[in-house]
Design a binder for this molecule. Structure first.
Ligand code: NAD
Length: 481
């Protein structure tokens, strides 16, 4: 059994409550670790450490030095890659094979933002009063609270910390209580990389006990949140009371739209990976598959034949294609949504039940599930399931596709499959989504902004825009008269 500690001010410390929470392996339901149950006292200690770092060595270091330290974090992650991958797989059931790719991307992510650290430039601005010399400079916003979800904690740690550090901020991370271990482990590695104490801190525990006090802490200047829209709204309201900068990455119900002129084999493969990768536990899951009516029958047959081949199994086996649902409440939620879809009259064309893997019956596995005859007003088409459940919806033409795709509260991502590039571009303009993929799905880059519209969030991660989420612009005027 592994008992973990909080990471505050460059040191592992016990939680002030003296209590720990159990962490379970989703592939067999067994307890495998204990994470600290932190509270407001620990949140305050972590924020104070971050404040000291910003007023001390970190705050006074040059941007180039910050970049150098961030490159060193990338390297230490690479050296410890396998250990971090296995921790993540044990903690939230993410496929080990997927983690092997993700950890290389995480290291690249740190390198990209390390490169941006000393390229954050202000501007000299011409004034109407010519005796004034005026310029802008970008300064760190202050201490950042980063609250993250359970589906990709190492990735979220990186996505939030790398741009915040490039901006010169210090961070307190609060990972999900369901998957905190990798964030604690990687934070400790930053010390080995030479990062000054207090620049990155990690407090773990429940949202109500440590997340909420962290958001409300008066010395936190910005809140960066990844999670559900319901919690996001609470965080937004609490942060607003403190007049803090807020950045929200929330849920999605993304349309993946297949036109009759698409490469249908490619589109079917894109639809399958768009929903069954990570067992559908992706904010960008292409969970609404919109198929043009003229090809619906043939395309659904192709889709089903591919989906039947998806291999469900232990996330540690390198040939497994779909692992377990990461948390027990989420597992129950996915099964409930399957019942809801059946009760609404959707046809269950594939799966539609839990599956047993490993013979012990304790793993949280759900079969790849496809519902046909879904209409866009059904709950299964409107609400985020966050599991391996696909809804197939027919449409007549381009206008109809846009209408159905946009008739939803979310606006995170969308996919379009067509050989007509004009149509692809028209769709990319018409769709309410922060990201539109054409003839691909689930492609990401640290260099390209990512985020949502409508209830999917506010602000952007990745790319230079991510650094600006953590900067204030200061204007300076000098009289030359
Ligand atoms: P969640 O909203 O339940 O929890 C997210 C985090 O907020 C956790 O760390 C939790 O402890 C904390 N929290 C809970 N209550 C809080 C409060 N009152 N104050 C402060 N913090 C609080 O989300 P989840 O179930 O962990 O994650 C799944 C959701 O995340 C899905 O909706 C998914 O779409 C979304 N998500 C979005 C993105 C994106 O980039 N847009 C990425 C991944 C996941």
């Amino acid at each position: 059994m592994n008992r973990y500690k909080l990471w505050i001010d460059g040191t592992s410390v016990d939680p002030s409550s003296g209590q720990w929470l159990d962490s379970f392996d989703p592939s067999n339901g067994k307890k495998w670790a204990e994470i600290p149950r932190a509270n407001a006292v620990d949140a305050s200690l972590a924020v104070a450490a971050a404040e000291r770092a910003m007023k001390g060595d970190w705050g006074t270091s040059s941007a180039s030095e910050r970049g150098r330290l961030m490159r060193s974090i990338a390297d230490v992650i690479t050296r410890n890659a396998e250990e971090l991958c296995v921790l993540e797989t044990r903690d939230n059931g993410k496929l080990l094979s997927e983690m092997h790719g993700q950890i290389r991307y995480i290291s690249d992510y740190w390198h990209y933002f390390a490169g941006l650290a000393d390229k954050i430039e202000g501007a000299v601005v011409p004034m109407q009063n010519t005796s004034l010399l005026a310029f802008t400079r970008h300064v760190p916003v202050g201490v950042v609270a980063a609250l993250t979800a359970w589906n990709s904690p190492l990735m979220f740690f990186t996505i939030k910390c790398a741009p915040a550090l490039a901006a010169g901020c210090a961070v307190v991370v609060k990972p999900s209580e369901f998957a905190s271990v990798s964030s604690l482990a990687v934070a400790a590695l930053t010390k080995e990389a030479g990062l000054p104490d207090g620049v990155i801190n990690v407090v773990t525990g429940l949202g109500s006990e440590v997340g909420s006090p962290l958001v409300e802490h008066p010395d936190v200047a910005a809140v960066s949140f990844t999670g559900s829209d319901a919690t996001g709204l609470k965080v937004y309201e609490a942060a607003a009371r403190g007049m803090k900068r807020v950045h929200l990455e929330l849920g999605g119900k993304s349309p993946n739209i297949v036109f009759e002129d698409a490469d249908l084999k490619l589109a079917a493969a894109g639809a399958v990976t768009g929903i069954f990768s990570a067992a559908g536990q992706m904010c960008t899951a292409g969970s609404r598959l919109l198929v043009q009516n003229s090809i619906k029958e043939a395309f659904t047959a192709e889709l089903l034949s591919l989906a039947r081949k998806v291999k469900v199994g232990s996330p540690l086996d390198l040939d497994t294609q779909m692992g377990p649902i990461a948390t027990e409440p989420q597992y129950r939620k996915v099964l409930e949504y399957i019942d809801i879809a059946k009760a609404e009259g959707a046809t269950c064309a594939l799966g539609g039940a839990a599956v047993e893997v490993g013979g012990e019956g304790k793993g949280q596995f759900v079969a790849p599930t496809i519902f046909t005859d879904v209409t866009n007003e059904m709950r299964i088409a409107q609400e985020e399931v966050f599991g391996p459940v696909l809804s197939v919806i027919g449409f007549e033409d381009e206008v109809d596709a846009v209408k159905i795709a946009n008739d939803i509260d979310f606006g995170l991502a969308a996919g379009v499959w067509t050989r007509d590039i004009g149509r692809g571009l028209r769709m990319s303009q018409a769709l309410d989504a922060g990201t539109v993929w054409i003839n691909t799905y689930r492609a990401y880059s640290y260099a390209l902004p990512f985020g949502g519209t409508k209830r999917s969030g506010i602000g952007r991660e990745s790319g230079i825009e991510a650094v600006h989420e953590f900067l204030e612009t200061k204007s300076v005027m000098i009289s030359t008269a």
